[in-house]
Design a protein around this ligand. Structure first.
Ligand code: XIL
Length: 364
């Protein structure tokens, strides 16, 4: 595991000094994202994979830049629960231990989702045993990490308006097995198991100006209101923030209304998986970087106006590791550039946009 740099500020200066295109003019502004966030009472961090944790130059940067981390895949059912009676905490433990060493908080991701379920689940789960399976999983996993998790994504992506149900819920395996009550079961079990973690509902496509995003915002709000009415324990809303750059610029009016409505429900808000899909932008790197960074700045300036937003995590720290190259590949075959550091671990315009937005945000 990489040692912590002796002087965080010196490390950033050093990496910036090597960056072509970013002159010393930038130097005065180069505190780490972690430090910039700290001045505003904001946690800042990233998703991390176990493979990345094996790379010393990466872990140095990670320790320097992040006050909160989340495992990209390592706590999902498929990896942590490989057989009905077997749990494998090795990879999750490695990140939790790294975070402890470097004074970082950890988000847990996630306890209940329609994807990345193990193969045995489909063979074994029935309407009769599904509630017990879900409770057993949550008791084991949230129990193993109890007291060490800042917030758990208890249920991930339960809303999918395009599935056509009046309540907007996704026709996921969990819904088919248990009906809508699976959500309440998951939150109640998580609350009994780790009452210290902030229990979070996490979802995507909630941010931008489009009829699809607006419909999803309404469906998520009605889910959250229903949970409050039923006294289901929930303390936070996770807004994934997988944004897409393109010709249409958002003005965020619907998003602000949505955040205010979530605040009236007394929820903290976390930006949990921020990145920008640049597959609709032209290939030219300088132009692409500019548009991606502009969207980051604009989005963060808007979302951070809300003091209820307590954490911002990107979905990966460096462009080398982005999931977008696999899930939203560019048609021209060029790699995407969605994150604050490039494939050589040098800061990109996104890094500076994040810094600006955090520096100009109100303290919380
Ligand atoms: C993604 C990971 O980044 C990939 O490595 C994996 O193959 C699939 O899942 N929303 C989520 C995350 O909540 O768990 C997803 O992570 C990205 C979308």
């Amino acid at each position: 595991m990489g040692a912590l740099p002796l002087n965080r500020r010196a490390f950033v200066k050093q990496s910036l000094a090597c960056t072509a295109g970013f002159a010393w003019a930038q130097e005065a502004q180069t505190t780490s994202l972690r430090e910039a966030g700290k001045e505003k009472g904001l946690l800042v961090g990233t998703a991390v994979s176990n493979a990345q944790l094996q790379r010393p130059n990466f872990t140095t940067l990670l320790a320097e830049q992040s006050s909160i981390v989340v495992p990209e895949n390592e706590m999902k059912w498929q990896l942590i629960h490989p057989a009905p009676e077997r749990f494998d905490f090795t990879r999750g433990d490695a990140l939790v231990s790294f975070a402890g060493t470097h004074d970082e908080k950890v988000r847990g991701h996630n306890l209940c989702w329609h994807e990345q379920l193990p193969a045995w689940f489909n063979q074994l789960a029935t309407p009769q045993n599904a509630a017990d399976l879900l409770r057993h999983h949550i008791r084991e996993v949230a129990g193993h990490y109890a007291g060490r998790i800042q917030s758990w994504d208890v249920v991930n992506e339960a809303v999918h308006v395009a599935d056509g149900r009046p309540d907007g819920l996704r026709k996921s395996p969990w819904l088919r097995l248990l009906g809508p009550q699976y959500i309440d079961i998951a939150f109640r079990t998580a609350s009994e198991t780790d009452p210290r973690a902030l229990l979070t509902y996490n979802d995507y496509d909630l941010e931008q100006d489009s009829p699809e995003h607006e419909a999803k915002r309404q469906a998520v709000l009605s889910l959250l209101r229903g949970m409050r009415d039923r006294n289901v324990p929930i303390q936070a809303l996770g807004i994934q923030s997988h944004l897409k750059a393109g010709p249409k610029v958002s003005e965020w009016a619907g998003f602000h209304r949505f955040l205010e409505a979530a605040e009236r429900l007394n929820l903290q808000i976390f930006v949990t998986e921020l990145d920008v899909d640049d597959s609709a932008l032209p290939g030219d790197i300088a132009e692409r970087d500019r548009q991606v960074a502009d969207l980051y700045r604009d989005y963060l300036q808007n979302v951070l106006r809300h003091r209820s937003v307590k954490a911002v995590l990107t979905w990966g720290l460096t462009d080398r590791d982005t999931w977008l190259n696999h899930f939203k590949p560019r048609q021209d075959g060029m790699p995407q550039r969605p994150l604050p550091f490039d494939a050589d671990l040098k800061p990109t315009p996104v890094f500076y946009a994040m810094q600006d937005a955090i520096r100009t945000a109100p303290a919380r």
